[in-house]
Design a protein around this ligand. Sequence first.
Ligand SMILES: Nc1nc2c(ncn2[C@@H]2O[C@H](COP(=O)(O)OP(=O)(O)OP(=O)(O)O)[C@@H](O)[C@H]2O)c(=O)[nH]1
Ligand SMILES: [Mg+2]
Length: 402
Amino acid sequence: VTGAGKSYFIREVTGNSEVEVSDDLHSCTSKVQPYSFKYEGAKITLVDTPGFNDTNRSDTEVLQEIVDWTSEAYRKDQLLTGIIYLHPITHTRMEGSALKNLRMLQSLCGQEVLGNVFLTTTQWSNVNPAEAELRENRLLNQEFWGGLIEKGATLERFRGTRESGFELINKLMSKTPKPLDIQDQIVRQNMTLPETNAGKCVNEELIAQEKKFKGQLKSLEKQLREAIKAGDGEMNQILVAEQARALEKLENAAAEQKLLQGLHTAKMEEREAEKKERQGDIKKGDRRVIAVAIKDIAFGAHMTSVFTSYKARGRLIFDIHNREEFESDTFEITINHEPNMPPDIRVCADTSKRKETLKGMFDEGIGHINYIILDGVHYWCRHGTPIGVGGQEFLIFSKGQF
Ligand SMILES: Nc1nc2c(ncn2[C@@H]2O[C@H](COP(=O)(O)OP(=O)(O)OP(=O)(O)O)[C@@H](O)[C@H]2O)c(=O)[nH]1
Ligand SMILES: [Mg+2]
């Protein structure tokens, strides 16, 4: 909850004066920020977050900020031990925004993690104790915190002091760290933000807002018509101003929906591009050949009257027309030679022009075959003539049935 005292809590507990606490009604923390400190020999990290219903930013932006940080942490195998949800006891009622925050909390965490969630009231010193307790009791209603507490969350109080903060931290330290639903959905299930439960929650809220503001505009229009008919100039002005406000809110909700949808589209396009790239790689993989410079073969070729294989250096070529690939790094290959193949298999390399240097292994004639085995795949030498690139000549070994 924005302004509940998240940053205040962290500043008290860590003793870090750099934690920015707001001094007015405007939202203060805009980035997710971890603060670490030593406590009884353990390193503890408290993570400050912006709150929803931020006065400067939309819920979608705040959610994106939280999602970015939590997914990064999850990728680094850093799990959260607990969540301290702060709610100011100064709030007299459970407003719509507070209910929305609870839904967000639930959709971000998921059921499994509720056992590690502390529903905590703050700012007790700002309210008369009897009244504060009354409010706390009201928070226990089924539709507020009651439901979450039934599912494992705990009711806590932060009294504004360091000790009180440490009490909460002590309680949390015995908990087992668990992944949040949002982390699992974004990282492991590779969902787009609007596909996650938290994203859906924001979207539903926006749809509800849109409906509400449209309704408001309709009723304002009707009232305005009546005011005009009655010649009530003052009322007319008030209504026009109200109409403008409702219209602005409607436009904001629509813009945010668009932003959310944009995040989805962007991610889908990214995925599509990745898929295409993968498919391209597979195709490339099918087409790949091994090119061996004839100068590298020459010496060994002479030896094949003695050996059936010898080592040379070759390079992987994905696109036979890509001249740069002929410059790529070479690696050691073994060229095998089988001179006793059945007579219907022809020798692959027509090295007639190079008889002198490639005598032996690449001899022309019936019953000779030259091949390389790479990653368990046979690459046969089947190009009629060596191909010349950049003043060098290469023999090409390619996959497929011989
Ligand atoms: N007395 C008292 N004041 C508090 C307490 N917690 C917060 N405050 C005051 O409430 C105001 C808001 O506190 P912040 O810590 O900035 O609130 P926040 O939750 O970080 O708010 P955002 O970053 O804007 O989401 C500040 O003026 C704090 O001094 C508390 O436990 N006791
Ligand atoms: Mg803050």
